[in-house]
Design a protein around this ligand. Sequence first.
Ligand SMILES: *[C@@H]1O[C@H](CO)[C@@H](O)[C@H](O)[C@H]1NC(C)=O
Ligand SMILES: *[C@@H]1O[C@H](CO)[C@@H](O)[C@H](O)[C@H]1NC(C)=O
Ligand SMILES: *[C@@H]1O[C@H](CO)[C@@H](O)[C@H](O)[C@H]1NC(C)=O
Ligand SMILES: *[C@@H]1O[C@H](CO)[C@@H](O)[C@H](O)[C@H]1NC(C)=O
Ligand SMILES: *[C@@H]1O[C@H](CO)[C@@H](O)[C@H](O)[C@H]1NC(C)=O
Ligand SMILES: *[C@@H]1O[C@H](CO)[C@@H](O)[C@H](O)[C@H]1NC(C)=O
Ligand SMILES: *[C@@H]1O[C@H](CO)[C@@H](O)[C@H](O)[C@H]1NC(C)=O
Length: 525
Amino acid sequence: MGQIRNLSILLGILALSTILVVHAESPYRYYDWEVTYGTISPLGVPQRGILINGQFPGPTIECDTNDNVIVTINNKLDEPFLMTWNGVWQRKMSWQDGVLGTNCPIPPNSNWTYKMQSKDQIGTYMYFPSTSLHRVAGGFGGFNIHRRPVIALPYPEPDGEVTELQERLDSGYNMPMPDGLLINGNPNKTVFTGESQKTYLVRVSNVGIMNSINIRIQDHVMKLVEIEGSHVLQETYKSLDVHPGQSLAFLVTLNRSPNDYNIVASTRFYRTPVIATSILRYNGSNANPSASLPVGPTYHVHWSMKQARTFRWNLTANAARPNPQGSYRYGGIEITKTIILENSVGEINGKLRYAVNNVSYINPITPLKLADYYNISGVFNLNTTRKQPTPGPMVYGTAVFGMEVHDYIEIIFQNDESTTQSWHLDGHNFFVVAFGADRWNPSMRRKYNLVDAVWRSTVQVYRNSWTAVLVSLDNKGMWNLRSAIWHRQYLGQQVYLRAWNDEPSLRTENDIPPNAIKCGKAAKF
Ligand SMILES: *[C@@H]1O[C@H](CO)[C@@H](O)[C@H](O)[C@H]1NC(C)=O
Ligand SMILES: *[C@@H]1O[C@H](CO)[C@@H](O)[C@H](O)[C@H]1NC(C)=O
Ligand SMILES: *[C@@H]1O[C@H](CO)[C@@H](O)[C@H](O)[C@H]1NC(C)=O
Ligand SMILES: *[C@@H]1O[C@H](CO)[C@@H](O)[C@H](O)[C@H]1NC(C)=O
Ligand SMILES: *[C@@H]1O[C@H](CO)[C@@H](O)[C@H](O)[C@H]1NC(C)=O
Ligand SMILES: *[C@@H]1O[C@H](CO)[C@@H](O)[C@H](O)[C@H]1NC(C)=O
Ligand SMILES: *[C@@H]1O[C@H](CO)[C@@H](O)[C@H](O)[C@H]1NC(C)=O
């Protein structure tokens, strides 16, 4: 099935780049999605998966900056369901974020309409189910926000776009290795066809639930241009690491002999990686790809950390707005709060749990956002939040960090475990100012990149290492900060940042949507 559909997606995207030249004033784009169970056979063995309008992966949302994106989700599963929009900021719209801290889930056999605006944002993102472990079974897709044509790209207009090269690990959530790795829902079948001498934009999202992935194209280099909405210095790479929940986009020029070439994705940090391949085909090629695949980098984390440090913001390029990115001098802003978040694994009452500062998150029945709005007490308590690693037994809790709108926060992710982590913040991007080995301490601040660090929403934390980020909390709301390794967030590795001020003003936040579903202690309102 995949081959023909993926070819048609490619052609569809090629057509789209001409449509994009015509621009209307913040248009509305409507999507009607039915979420069902269906049979998928991504690894040759039929299994139950989650489909959107019968498709796996789901349809790609293509829109322009500031477009209104209206998505109706009709839940035909036998369980409550929510979709979240990973990396799409939801500026002033915490109510549309689609996680259990902001929304009541959509009950079976009913529908709910998300009303979003892709405000001041461009780039490569994705959506996926946030409820339960639904994401493991599918229900995900790409979400691409294109620039308004008045704003120039920092690179020549590509001749076309290859739609997301989505990689997904299909695995039991507590298995040490994935069963298989997929590219656009297929392990080894997808073919991307392009014209010789043309340059294509390739968007990559790691929608996998647990593994970092390396991607490479035989005999071709990849020129990195965008990471989660930031234009970066355009370095060329032979291969790129993409960690769970991350997105990026690169250019590839078809400047070799007109043959077929292997595109290879492989899991990172294992001596024996799991591999998926697809084919980059020069139109008219009859030559099969080489039988030997390009080899990936060493499994040691050092290589990956070194590469990550080469990802830099292009200060003179613009992104969604016409002024250069670098005119925002993030390095000179005073830090108002520091939080140190340490991940750990353990047990509570004999059950496997994951925790942050030894608090393992549980979702209250009443979404935090509704508790705030209706002044319902007893749902969460800002005073019990642990802002740094706390010795002692692991406990259940609903960790909400009390922050003020416009706080400028330093977050240290400390990882003393032996596996690489990945963390994602909703509603904001953060500046990734440093990666370091062992334990962070305040003297590490001297090593921060305060000039051209990349600004993104998902960051990896290498094993026995730390990562430091700076975030300007300028988007009022209740924002999920979670492990992008899905069984970890499901079993407790998440917190919320409450960006709050007391003025109920539509200037800082939209009002509760009239269609909001009410549940828990908010059901009576
Ligand atoms: C969505 O639910 C409403 C009732 O809340 C119903 O009137 C409408 O027909 C439903 N739409 C779809 C597409 O099922
Ligand atoms: C896909 O190809 C790779 C490399 O040849 C191989 O290791 C892997 O097992 C294949 N996957 C499937 C599901 O056949
Ligand atoms: C391949 O080339 C043929 C003949 O020139 C053309 O009709 C077709 O559209 C091309 N396909 C792609 C994917 O570029
Ligand atoms: C940075 O962006 C500018 C556009 O302002 C572009 O001309 C330049 O090539 C970019 N530099 C790098 C190294 O990517
Ligand atoms: C919640 O409390 C605040 C402050 O006391 C008040 O301004 C607001 O109107 C209350 N909200 C509701 C929905 O009652
Ligand atoms: C939190 O602590 C502060 C002072 O330490 C106190 O004034 C406030 O009432 C406490 N709030 C809650 C919800 O316990
Ligand atoms: C969690 O508690 C254990 C003891 O149960 C302790 O060894 C560990 O250091 C704690 N972890 C953190 C992150 O504080």
